[in-house]
Design a protein around this ligand. Structure first.
Ligand code: GLT
Ligand code: MN
Ligand code: MN
Length: 388
């Protein structure tokens, strides 16, 4: 039996906010005591993770004095070292404080927009101090309940302006950050701007530094919108824009659950892992999830181990699927090539157009080709369920 131990090459990371999540929900207060960043590093070190990511205020409380900040940083650096952990990604909390109640970069108030950019510059300094190279932007409060309150076109322009400014800051400071935008359709706002990963993929070419910018899709977020997460990740991968990924789980049509990766949708999780592995995704595999509200910290450690273990198991299943002779034979059967026609349609020219118009393509004949998808899907299910 393989051990399914976390492989450092997979770059499994967790957020400080995920492990330290105290089990609060909109209807009830914490069910777990507050733990420090050092405690989180110890839990993740024992679980065998690769790294820890943080928002500025996960590490340094918003009201900490400079002296307190120094002590926290010193202690955390020591704990990271002792546990062999790195910090690949950092981000800004632009959603918890009341100042951001109506957004940060898209706020209607110019002073709040400026404060959000200033706070992000400082948070970028902090991330760089810990060696982070990826900077995530999740616009949790960038949205509206009523479109009477904000102009959605202004919101796009304001967001773009903030990102352009911050790209320049990163370049000037030589931080080498890559920016990764994370979409979400709603929660905490009624409607969040840039609701799906594709919204950001469309924004990126309009930025001043498109090469610096990519996406950080989260399993739960497209799923909340009733969409196929794997397809969104595929589009980002195909565009070479998948800079980071938030793995977790979620049932459709529910509140933002942020469940342990692979705890609900085994099949979608399998196809996601297969996609990432088949296309050699090389960025961090970040778990943006938290343990059930019922768990104690011993169980939180199990949650962290389980997230990585499930990924390793699914990675093995994906390799099995690729090596399965019957599955591959079916794949060959359904992927019908035609070198001559493919040459014709690859690139337009008038000669090819003429030849294509003359090609004898009989729709009744074509519709007769077999598509044994039931068989293929059953075999896939059996790989996942472990009978193959
Ligand atoms: C918050 C949110 C996540 C984002 C984090 C980054 S914070 O937990 O629910 O999806 O990735 O800001
Ligand atoms: Mn989420
Ligand atoms: Mn996330």
């Amino acid at each position: 039996m393989p051990a399914y131990d976390p492989d450092p090459k997979m770059k499994f990371t967790f957020g400080l906010w995920t492990i330290a999540n105290p089990g609060r929900d909109p209807f009830g207060g914490p069910t777990r005591e507050t733990i420090s960043p050092v405690d989180v590093a110890n839990i993740l070190g024992e679980a065998g993770a690769y790294g820890i990511n943080f928002h500025d205020n996960d590490l340094i409380p918003i009201d900490a004095s400079p002296a307190q900040a120094d002590t926290i940083k010193k202690d955390f650096k020591k704990a990271l070292k002792q546990n062999g952990l790195v910090v690949p990604m950092a981000t800004t909390n632009l959603f918890s404080d009341p100042v951001f109640k109506d957004g940060a970069f898209t706020s209607n108030n110019a002073k709040i927009r400026a404060y959000a950019i200033q706070k992000t510059m400082r948070a970028m300094d902090l991330g760089a101090e810990f060696g982070a190279k990826i900077y995530v932007f999740w616009g949790g409060r960038e949205g509206a309940e009523s479109d009477a309150t904000k102009n959605p076109i202004d919101a796009i322009k304001r967001f773009r302006e903030a990102i352009n400014f911050l790209c320049n800051y990163s370049i000037e400071q030589k931080y080498g950050y890559k920016f990764a935008f994370e979409a979400k359709p709603n929660e905490p706002r009624g409607h969040i701007y840039f609701a799906v990963t594709g919204s950001y993929l469309a924004l990126i070419p309009t930025l001043d530094y498109p090469d610096m910018c990519g996406v950080n899709p989260e399993f739960a977020h497209e799923t909340m919108a009733g969409l196929n997460f794997v397809h969104h990740v595929a589009q980002a991968l195909e565009m070479k824009k998948l800079f980071h990924i938030d793995l977790n789980d979620q049932e459709m049509g529910r509140y933002d659950q942020d469940f342990r990766f692979g705890s609900v949708s085994y099949k979608a999780a399998f196809h996601l892992v297969k996609l990432l592995e088949d296309y050699n995704y090389n960025g961090p595999r970040h778990f943006d999830s938290h343990a059930y509200r019922q768990s104690d910290y011993q169980d939180v450690k199990e949650f962290a181990k389980g997230s990585m273990r499930t990924y390793m198991i699914l990675k093995e299943k994906a390799a099995k699927w690729n090596a399965d002779k019957e599955i591959q034979a079916l794949r060959n059967e359904i992927n019908l090539g035609d070198p001559n026609l493919e040459k014709l349609t690859k690139k337009y020219n008038s000669g090819n157009a003429k030849k294509l118009l003359e090609a004898p393509l009989d729709r009744t004949d074509l519709a007769n080709a077999r598509l044994p998808y039931e068989r293929l899907d059953q075999l896939t299910a059996e790989v996942i369920l472990g009978t193959r």
